[in-house]
Design a binder for this molecule. Sequence first.
Ligand code: MG
Ligand code: ZN
Length: 195
Amino acid sequence: MSPTTRPAIFMDRDGTLSHEVGYVNHPSRFRLYPWTADAVRAINRAGWLAVVVTNQAGVARGYFPESVLEEVQQRLREGVEAGGAHFDAIYACLHHPSVGARQYRVDCDCRKPRPGMLHRAARELGADLRSSWVIGDRHGDLQLAWNVGARGALVKSGYGLGELTHLAPGWSRPPDLVAENLLEAVEHILGRDLE
Ligand SMILES: [Mg+2]
Ligand SMILES: [Zn+2]
């Protein structure tokens, strides 16, 4: 348990930090957006926690081994570090409630929009969830935020524009923020302009 708490910006991976290409079943398919390192660096400089929360049920489904996920996360880490930024943690849910090998076929509490990964960040990193945000390109990312009393930002990258256009009119609660991309969302949340 961390002695002090800080707000966090939780970021979805595919469609938010990196291009949404379907299952990233080989590291060569993983491509960061050009603004990702700038966005994460802004979070670091503001003193907020920068945490990745990603569902990777492709592991449970047997589409790729856990080692591929680790390689991809390493690329993600190196990509933002090359831009002078860092993540405080990268959390992934590898489970699926009804499909896959036994160790992954789990009705877990960490598959978004369930809040297990956010609770873990509260426990391990001292994230203050009620003052935190989740940024993602899907409604489930917003639900994740709301499930812990945080706020949710929808980006138009990845599936975001389509969700906004076709699905958002039916949502019972609108996103707390809509932004073109991760950088715009972070700038808005932190409430300041970047050089
Ligand atoms: Mg996504
Ligand atoms: Zn899980």
